[in-house]
Write a protein that binds this ligand. Structure first.
Ligand code: NI
Length: 397
């Protein structure tokens, strides 16, 4: 059971830190960097952690880092992960601290995640006497761009000795002061892929001497949607989306090549495994029928995100105890993906949702919107619940 006296102490420390966390967050918000280019972000995080006397360590990837706080008492290791990348979006919030890197924006709240985790590290550094073991902080690059930063970090050994991992994601549909949790399958597997259709080019008026890659691509796109309605169990949700298509040279030239950029989302590992084979089969068969060929390239794969029940109950107990019942909502299942799921393939853990909605300050736009705004007061709730949960987890594990 969480210790009420300690909880009040954490709450006090969290509220004292809020101003500084807002400062961190606004700085990071003004200088966002896209996936795998988070060089200044990594430098800023390293500098701020050093100012807090926290041990940092470079990783093999060009960006990102890890940090550790070791308690005065012996015990296992738990990890806390934040993503650090932003999106290629032109910010349209008109906030005084809006992005100074034009065309790049923290529109998914990863700046909030970083400021929360910096705060967690700062507080734990002051609570070493309460810590039975080590907390490892993973500042992970490239969450937004499969294959993502999680897998290479895992291969490098960032999960060595880790017994439990915690993650968070802001939620603009959940009121500030609330958190969302869900046991088991919560987010979708993501299979990002490219399809390249090869035909034979020629004059627009002489189609019989060519293989039209554009007409063939149209047929492929339409047929692939029929996988969903005819080849997948209707109670097993699957989505195929092509977000980009390019090909062709001029109005009067038949194109020999079309490039399709797609993503597959599923909520079951079974569908995740089967879908790429089905897509390849249909694409290649249709191309063959038309005299064309299809090449399928898998760009990246995030597994289904499965939250652990024990980790969730640690989070829920600590939150409930202090803020009372009614502040925790059931997070819905979504077909969005997250490479936090990769960590959960190796170690038990959970990602919770942190409410950042506040209609008074227009903090209610969806993720990835150019008008995405968050309620910074949420930093306080996120920091408290992670500090309390990791201290609790280290005692229990
Ligand atoms: Ni995100």
């Amino acid at each position: 059971m969480p210790n009420p006296e300690l909880q009040r102490k954490i709450l006090k420390l969290s509220s004292e830190l809020l101003k500084k966390q807002i400062k961190w967050r606004r700085y990071l918000h003004q200088f966002p960097e896209v996936s795998n280019n988070e060089f200044e972000t990594t430098k800023y995080l390293t500098d701020e952690l050093k100012k807090l006397s926290i041990t940092t360590k470079k990783i093999k990837l060009p960006t990102g880092l890890i940090a550790e706080v070791t308690g005065n008492k012996k015990g296992p290791v738990v990890a806390v992960r934040t993503d650090i990348d932003a999106l290629p979006i032109l910010e349209q919030t008109n906030l005084p601290y809006q992005s100074k890197n034009k065309g790049c924006m923290h529109a998914c709240g990863h700046d909030m995640h970083m400021a929360t985790i910096l705060g967690v590290a700062a507080i734990l550094e002051n609570l070493k006497s309460e810590l039975h073991g080590t907390v490892r902080f993973l500042f992970q690059p490239a969450e937004e761009m499969p294959p993502g930063g999680a897998r290479p970090m895992i291969e490098e050994g960032v999960l060595d000795n880790v017994k439990m991992i915690f993650g968070l994601h802001v939620d603009p549909h959940l009121q500030t002061g609330k958190i969302g949790t869900r046991d088991g399958v919560t987010m979708a597997s993501v299979t990002d892929f490219d399809l390249i259709i090869h035909g034979k080019s020629g004059h627009a008026a002489r189609p019989h001497h060519t293989v039209d890659a554009i007409v063939t691509a149209a047929e492929v796109i339409e047929s692939l949607q029929k996988i969903i309605s005819r080849e997948v169990d209707p109670i097993d949700p699957v989505v195929i989306t092509f977000g980009k298509i390019s090909g062709g040279y001029a109005r009067n030239v038949i194109s020999d090549k079309v490039h399709l950029v797609g993503t597959i989302r599923t909520l079951s590992p079974k569908a995740s495994k089967e879908m790429p084979r089905k897509v390849k089969r249909i694409a290649q068969s249709i191309c063959k029928a038309r005299g064309a060929t299809a090449e399928m390239i898998i760009i990246g794969l995030y597994p289904v995100l499965v939250n652990d029940v024990d980790t969730n109950s640690i989070i829920k107990n600590n939150y409930n105890n202090l803020f009372g019942t009614g502040k925790i909502e059931d997070a819905p299942q979504v077909l969005g993906g997250e490479d936090f799921a990769c960590y959960l393939e190796h170690v038990k853990g959970a990602m919770f949702r942190l409410g950042v909605m506040n209609k008074k300050i227009k903090a209610d736009k969806p993720w990835h919107s150019p008008e995405f705004i968050v309620d910074e007061d949420a930093l306080y709730y996120g920091t408290f619940v992670i500090v309390a949960s990791v201290i609790d987890a280290l005692k229990k594990l």
